[in-house]
Design a binder for this molecule. Structure first.
Ligand code: URA
Ligand code: URA
Length: 196
């Protein structure tokens, strides 16, 4: 089976080119219910990449990641850390909104994953922060990752360092998660300084 999108990946070495192709992706049914493919945004050479789960309603409407309520909270975390949103890169495990904001299905995740892998390779960030259990499970290839127990500990992902933390939407539901997230972010701040 020939996959026209993936067939092209080897030849692509610019994020803009990759974006153009991903915006046309029809490899899974999610695109049918989506208004926009939310590719991700930020500095193409960012030293930190944040990875969430998938676009919600606002993200789908605007074609940009983390611009709804969870995104507003994420922006506050960025400013508390002294980061500008533009110096980071923000993306998701799936690039199209799952209907009704349900979790992406395993099949959708597997179909979309190569798009993210190529995106990570092109940006080549030394630091990745996963937001929520879904992103951590996918990137760490671990079905039994328990975010409550395993967040806040650096993990190695090839040559990159990965920090799993809670999803900002979880913080909105449960403010007691704010402190642990801030502890995680402080660890990320410390490592990020080494790349300044
Ligand atoms: N939640 C996510 O996981 N990603 C977004 O882009 C927005 C909300
Ligand atoms: N500062 C905090 O104390 N908590 C956050 O979640 C973000 C910034």
């Amino acid at each position: 089976m020939e996959d026209p999108l993936l067939k092209k990946t080897l030849h692509i070495n610019s994020l803009d080119e990759w974006r153009e192709l991903c915006l046309k992706c029809r490899r899974c049914p999610l695109h049918k219910g989506a208004r926009n493919v939310v590719f991700g945004e930020g500095d193409p050479h960012a030293r930190i990449m944040f990875i969430g789960e998938g676009p919600g309603g606002e993200e789908d409407r605007l074609g940009r990641p983390f611009v709804g309520a969870a995104g507003k909270l994420l922006d506050r975390i960025f400013s508390a850390a002294g980061w500008r949103r533009e110096e980071l890169y923000i993306a998701n495990i799936v690039k199209c909104r799952p209907p009704g904001n349900r979790n992406p299905l395993q099949e959708e995740i597997e179909t979309c994953y190569p798009l993210l892998v190529k995106q990570i390779e092109l940006i080549d960030p030394p630091i990745i922060v996963t937001l929520g259990a879904v992103a951590a499970k996918v990137l760490l290839d671990s079905r039994d990752f328990y975010i409550t127990r395993e967040r806040g500990k650096w993990r190695q992902l090839g040559s990159r360092m990965l920090m799993p933390t809670f999803h900002p939407a979880a913080l909105l539901r449960d403010p007691s998660k704010k402190r642990p997230v801030w502890e995680d972010i402080k660890q990320v701040m410390a490592l990020y300084k080494e790349y300044a």
